[in-house]
Ligand binder design. Structure first.
Ligand code: HEM
Ligand SMILES: *[C@@H]1O[C@H](CO)[C@@H](O)[C@H](O)[C@H]1NC(C)=O
Ligand SMILES: *[C@@H]1O[C@H](CO)[C@@H](O)[C@H](O)[C@H]1NC(C)=O
Length: 474
């Protein structure tokens, strides 16, 4: 009886809460939507949708009911979801003016204060452009490509006759590539022990942030200290080398040391660490999923093979890919775009409305200062109005009539505006070189059924195990 009474009381309170919040929503001109349960909001619905292969219903259902800009309540806060190209563009372009990127403190503690992702204002502007020029196409062509080619092959050398978990192997590849690009270290014991700590650090990003030693997050914090120590001693060594008149290296660290700004060691360490994080899950996941989608689409795979065998036929087996080779892989670029479209690991970005002067307006709605906004790229990329048969993998769609043509870019796998991914070209080159050596060098079959999920990140549940055999190059 007492229980029934309690239940009655709670549900009445809840109904009152709903009415009050609806009333406020209307009065303030907030985007329509439901705030769900107190405290939890709609977090559980979001998580259960993204734990499946098709998370779209979460957004679809709300768009149908409320329109493309709606309010929900996830991860502890009311959040406005934007799911159309105009609103997303508005959010991206107004970064630093009406919006600021926003990460929970559990994440910023792992990244470090001085990482590019957390910088703001003018410092962010300068460091963003430094990072862009470090990975621009002429630098990739002249300096980074030979190492990418060499390290990708080196990693694949041991794959013949083995069962590999492709997701693990591509992570190893991207880690080694980044270490090389940032500080000119070749794979070896140092890199491998750094990587062990680094793996613990990465797990922290997707864990519940309880800072005790025995939790995943606690271990991640400890690992962060170790990774930072390793990077710090490496920075120190380089500084000494430079003072002794050592030769100039072509890497990110050199750019930091040579720049006009004088950075503290701590700043350089945070900066490098964040770059190591930013390119890692993203690039390796796209490599893995491109292979998975190609495996499931034999026609696309055979066309891709043809393209790469054509390139290989013109050069000796041991010769590295040149920039001109990269530039003659049109179908590969279609495959990469299509993989980014249907399964990008960054499904959108969180921002916070910061305008001091006024509230922010999107599509006639008001977003109060301090509120969270999520610009969902995935919602646009999988919208049937923008892409025909949007929910199937079809690389050919990029061939004739690029769907992103027109004044408004609707394809934003790398974001846009002041925080456009500085690694967008580098990632493309790495994925292309990887696909080249993989399809010309090997045949493979999936070793187990595997499933794609989108929470806590885009990944396959079993890390995509495949049986790999070396094939004769043609
Ligand atoms: C397929 C691979 C990749 C994807 C899909 C991707 C995607 C993105 C996206 C969407 C953003 C914007 C985040 C925001 O607006 O808040 C971003 C930012 C960033 N990315 Fe990438 N990225 C990839 C690879 C890389 C690589 C290889 C690097 C290494 C140089 C990198 C470095 C960064 C950095 C440093 C930022 C932060 C920029 C800033 O806040 O100013 N990314 N990336
Ligand atoms: C790339 O950056 C370098 C400096 O790091 C600069 O000299 C060069 O002009 C840039 N190239 C392009 C294509 O932007
Ligand atoms: C792939 O997408 C990019 C935008 O990220 C675009 O510039 C490029 O033209 C697209 N490639 C193809 C082959 O459509």
């Amino acid at each position: 009886m007492a229980f029934l009474f309690l239940l009655f009381l709670l549900s009445s309170l809840y109904l009152i809460y709903l009415r009050v919040s609806r009333y406020h929503q209307k009065k303030l001109g907030l985007p329509p939507g439901s705030l769900g349960l107190p405290f939890l909001g709609e977090t559980l619905q979001l998580i259960s949708a993204y734990k499946t292969e098709h998370p779209e219903p979460f957004i679809d259902a709300r768009v149908r009911k409320y329109g493309t800009v709606f309010t929900t309540h996830v991860f502890g806060e009311p959040t406005v979801f934007c799911t159309d190209p105009e609103s997303n563009r508005f959010v991206l372009q107004n970064e630093g003016k009406l919006f600021e990127s926003s990460y929970p403190s559990s994440i910023s503690n792992l990244l470090g204060r001085h990482s590019l992702l957390l910088m703001k204002g003018n410092l962010h502007k300068r460091m963003h452009s430094l990072t862009m020029s470090f990975a621009n196409s002429s630098i990739i062509r002249d300096h980074l490509l030979p190492d990418i080619d060499r390290l990708v092959r080196f990693n694949m050398d041991g794959w013949d006759g083995r069962r590999v978990r492709l997701q693990d192997e591509t992570k190893k590849i991207t880690f080694e590539l980044t270490v090389k690009q940032l500080m000119s270290f070749d794979p070896g014991e140092w890199t491998e022990s750094l990587r062990k700590e680094y793996l613990l650090l990465i797990e922290g990003f997707f864990s519940i942030p309880l800072p005790f030693l025995f939790t995943t997050y606690g271990r991640a914090l400890k690992a962060r200290t170790k990774v930072a120590e390793a990077l710090r001693s490496m920075v120190r060594e380089r500084k000494e080398e430079k003072e002794m008149g050592g030769e100039r290296k072509n890497d990110m660290l050199e750019a930091l040391l040579e720049g006009e700004e004088r950075f503290e060691e701590e700043e350089m360490v945070d900066f490098l660490l964040a770059l190591l994080v930013a390119g890692y899950e993203t690039t390796s996941t796209i490599m893995t999923l491109a292979v998975k989608f190609l495996t499931e689409s034999p026609r696309a795979l055979s066309l891709l093979k043809e393209e790469h065998e054509g390139i290989r036929a013109k050069k000796p087996e041991s010769e590295a890919l040149q920039w001109s080779d990269y530039k003659s892989m049109p179908f590969t670029q279609c495959v990469i775009n299509e993989t980014l479209r249907v399964a990008n690991i960054i499904s959108g970005v969180f921002r916070r409305a910061v305008s001091d002067v006024t509230d922010v307006h999107i599509k006639g709605y008001t977003i109060p200062k301090g509120w969270k906004v999520f610009a969902s790229f995935r919602a646009v990329h999988l919208d049937q109005d923008h892409y025909k048969d949007a929910r199937t993998f079809n690389p050919w769609r990029w061939q004739n009539n690029p769907p992103h043509a027109g004044p408004l870019s609707i394809f934003t796998p790398f974001g846009g505006g002041p925080r456009l991914c500085p690694g967008y070209e580098l990632a493309r080159v790495e994925i292309s070189v990887f696909l080249h050596h993989f399809v010309t060098g090997f045949t493979w079959v999936p070793a187990e059924e595997d499933k794609l999920v989108f929470f806590p990140t885009t990944r396959t549940l079993k890390r995509y195990p495949i049986d790999v055999k070396r094939r004769k190059r043609v």
